[in-house]
Design a protein around this ligand. Structure first.
Ligand SMILES: [Zn+2]
Length: 271
């Protein structure tokens, strides 16, 4: 992926230099604002890294704009670490759904609010699941900044114990119902071809993983590690810790539904 890309007149993406198995090419930082207004909001500043800051400041100069707000989709460090330092540096308000991100003086965003910033009105869309505090931001163009709710490649993780599979599925349907024109992801390339089909795939993928989990239990697996080694056999082992989190979150859902029963030794069986 190129370091800096203009996705539409109101949106420029700057890729942070923090690639990994979990962050794909690195964290995507978005500069969002009405052209000619001289202002942008930064969405997901990413890691507090001097090279990334330099790239973002160069982009601000190219746009002839200053940063008036720092918005954050969720509290994970690869999205939020630079929020407070950059908020201070730019004299910009830091806004998110979690005090750990905003600090004591930032702005707590509320689900469903309309946020007027940098000449645009953004819809604040609650998207819990990956984390409890996760938000997406819908632009007037119809594109949605989705953070880690949806990734540009592969699939996202429902973290454990914070994440929630039922909430995650509801959030996928909520974004689907917006009829997004594009999904601008926290990691990986933009999804512009058929965003609704991507969201349908995510819903189907979660259902498929749940079926595989139940099949593994029926075949005698009884722990998360045993399930992961069967269900994620085709996935690189470096991703198994993340797969274990999604598996634990799915087990919790199945226990809540009475389909799986926990045993005193920490293993579990089909109910
Ligand atoms: Zn995350």
């Amino acid at each position: 992926m190129p370091r800096t890309t203009q996705l539409e007149p109101q949106v420029t993406r700057v890729l942070a230099p923090n690639p990994s198995g979990m962050t794909l090419d690195g964290t995507n930082t978005y500069l969002v604002g009405e052209p000619g207004r001289g202002e942008v909001a930064i969405v997901d500043p990413g890691p507090d890294d001097v090279r990334h800051l330099a790239a973002v400041e160069e982009t601000l100069r190219a746009l002839d704009a200053r940063c008036v707000a720092v918005l954050v989709t969720h509290h994970h460090g690869d999205h939020a670490e630079a929020a407070e330092p950059w908020g201070t540096r730019f004299g910009a308000t830091v806004a998110a759904a979690d005090r750990r991100v905003t600090g004591p003086h930032g702005r707590l965003l509320e689900a469903g609010e309309k946020l007027a910033v940098a000449g645009l009105v953004l819809d604040v869309v609650p998207t819990p699941g990956h984390t409890a505090d996760h938000l997406a931001f819908r632009l007037p163009s119809g594109a949605v900044l989705v953070g880690d709710h949806v990734l540009g490649r592969g699939t996202s993780v429902v973290t454990h114990p914070e994440g929630d599979v039922v909430a995650y599925l509801e959030s996928l349907r909520r974004v689907h119902a917006l009829g997004p024109s594009a999904l601008y992801c926290g990691h990986g390339p933009e999804l512009t071809e058929d965003p609704a089909a991507v969201l349908d795939f995510y819903l189907a993928h979660r259902a498929w993983r749940e079926e595989q989990l139940l099949a593994a239990l029926a075949d005698g697996a009884g722990t998360v590690d045993q399930v992961v080694s069967v269900v994620y056999a085709a996935v690189p082992r470096t991703l198994w810790p993340a797969a274990a989190q999604s598996t634990r979150a799915t087990v919790d859902k199945l226990v809540d539904e009475g389909r799986v029963r926990p045993r005193p030794d920490g293993s579990f069986v089909l109910a």
